[in-house]
Design a protein around this ligand. Structure first.
Ligand code: NAD
Length: 486
């Protein structure tokens, strides 16, 4: 496919690699190939940051923080730069979207929606920081006391490959609005958009050294960042297993760590038999080829609706157009990598071996290079592997229920606690059931509704509860001092 000139110009940068102190750092070492998931072919490459370069990134951020052009700037001045970055992301959206589609295989519509969400997130935290008082008086007759909030320092951020632009925004928007310096480790499979945005941030007027990007493998680059003793905060988004190791490394340095981890969301369908529910769940399951932490991948459906629901879902899923992102009719792209496709295929076959039945499973997309799979619907015993493990592909496990108590028990069989949805023509009834669910996020008659200002969070194996998008995240990126005088 012919790339746009601006995309070609960016990808052919011989120095693509760590972005530190406002420029690409040229250093020796190996390259990481960027593979287009839609073709399986490499299309660009970048140099990963080794431990030494990660250290350079953190030290640069620490120096920029100490010099304080950003930390001392007023919230209004910082907000101006963040709004400018949002504007630039909009102006360059075609180039940025194309880079993201090549790197992740997502549809063009999805990439453009991600960029719009990135801009909204920046604007939200810019506004919030401007409105938030730095000094909060404490009512006390014994003394004159108040709390004083200041930026925390150097914040480490590690993100996965499934929503690179969105997750970059969820982290850098509050961290930068609070006045911190940041070092981001994007996923090795999808680093290009973070590098492109870092360049835009410099153009927007962000002082050099305040936003640094250290791309590379998790076990080397990520581990070096997580273990760095000079961090004031760490925010990790990714799998539960890696989250534990990052939290352990940060714990050794007493670095407060925010964990946003995996999920195995349930949609509890109480009494709607309408196409709108099926349509919404099918759309959610095929969004980003099912590589979405909060998507409902367990459909818990009242027994009276089960057969009709399956029929409609099967029909809709078969009609989803799967293909390459440059075809604007494409509604679902490939999985991110051969490794991810192998994992999805292996979990489906283990599930079937384990006693599940396929309600829908048409296998791979014939005659198509790249890492495509077709959607699958499975059903069977509640203790099946596909009912409990996060698959991260377009696969749902369906379970019928007879009573609401049974539905709640089924939801709670998972160790995750990220997001669940409840569907009913009686929204109050659905909300009452939603309040019984042990998880961080509940949606009523909707799915994957994410908006700056409405907290999105996970508990249990899905995270430690700080979450993203809420007003609380801004204060989590600050340090608080209590000041008392008599
Ligand atoms: P992953 O845990 O394998 O990797 C996430 C990031 O951690 C990557 O940048 C990776 O390079 C890095 N990493 C890997 N090993 C590391 C180590 N030892 N030390 C430090 N960093 C290391 O996850 P993934 O496969 O890239 O992403 C998918 C996971 O992310 C899923 O579980 C999904 O549910 C989760 N996720 C959660 C949210 C949320 O908001 N809760 C959002 C998106 C994705």
């Amino acid at each position: 496919m012919q790339q746009a000139a601006a995309v070609r110009e960016f990808l052919s940068e011989g120095s693509l690699g760590p972005w530190i102190d406002g420029r690409f750092v040229v250093h020796g070492g190996d390259w990481i190939e960027c593979v287009d998931p839609g073709t399986g072919e490499p299309f660009a490459r970048f140099r990963p940051a080794d431990g030494k370069v990660v250290n350079q990134g953190v030290e640069t951020a620490a120096k920029a923080f100490r010099k304080r052009p950003w930390a001392r700037a007023s919230p209004a001045e910082r907000a101006r730069v963040l709004r400018r970055l949002a504007e630039l992301a909009g102006t360059h959206r075609k180039t940025l979207a194309e880079i993201e589609c090549l790197d992740t295989g997502r549809t063009l519509a999805q990439a453009l929606a991600d960029i719009a969400h990135f801009a909204q997130t920046l604007a939200y935290y810019a506004d919030l920081a401007e409105r938030s008082p730095q000094r909060i008086p404490i009512e006390s007759e014994a003394a004159k006391a108040y709390t004083f909030d200041a930026p925390a320092g150097v914040c480490g951020v590690i993100i996965p490959w499934n929503f690179p632009i969105v997750l970059l925004g969820w982290n850098i928007a509050p961290a930068l609005a609070a006045g911190n310096a940041v070092v981001v480790k994007p996923a090795e499979e999808a680093s290009l958009s973070s590098l492109y945005i870092a360049r835009l941030a410099a153009e927007a007027g962000l002082p050099a050294g305040v936003l640094n990007i250290v791309p590379g493998e998790g076990e080397t680059t990520g581990a070096a960042l997580a273990a760095h003793p000079c961090l004031a905060r760490m925010s990790f988004t990714g799998s539960t297993e890696v989250g534990r190791s990052v939290a352990a490394a940060c714990g050794r340095n007493l670095v407060p760590t925010k964990l946003e981890l995996g999920g195995k969301g349930a949609a509890v369908v109480l009494d709607i038999d309408g196409p709108a529910t099926v349509k919404a769940l099918v759309r959610a399951l095929t969004m980003n080829a099912g590589q979405v932490c909060c998507t409902a991948t367990r459909w818990i459906i009242h027994r009276s609706l089960f057969d009709a629901f399956v029929e409609q879902a099967r029909e809709r899923l078969r009609a989803v157009r799967i293909g390459y992102w440059s075809d604007l009719k494409t509604r679902m792209g490939p999985l991110i990598s051969q490794r991810q496709r192998d994992r999805v295929l292996s979990l489906i076959s283990q599930s079937l071996d384990d006693g599940a039945t396929a309600l829908l499973w048409d296998g791979l997309l014939e005659g198509q290079p790249g890492f495509f799979v077709r959607p699958a619907l499975l059903t069977g015993p509640a203790e099946n592997i596909a009912a409990n493990e996060e698959i991260f592909g377009p696969v749902a496990y369906l379970l019928p229920f007879d009573s609401e108590d049974e539905a709640v028990d089924l939801v709670h069989r998972s160790d995750y606690g990220l997001a669940n949805s409840v569907w009913s023509s009686d929204a109050d009834k659905a909300t009452a059931l939603g309040e019984r669910l042990e998880c961080g996020t509940v949606w009523i008659n909707t799915q994957n509704f994410l908006m700056p200002g409405i907290p999105y969070l996970g508990i249990r194996n899905s995270g430690n509860g700080g979450g993203s998008l809420g007003a609380n995240v801004l204060s989590e990126y600050m340090r608080r001092t209590s000041i008392t005088r008599l």
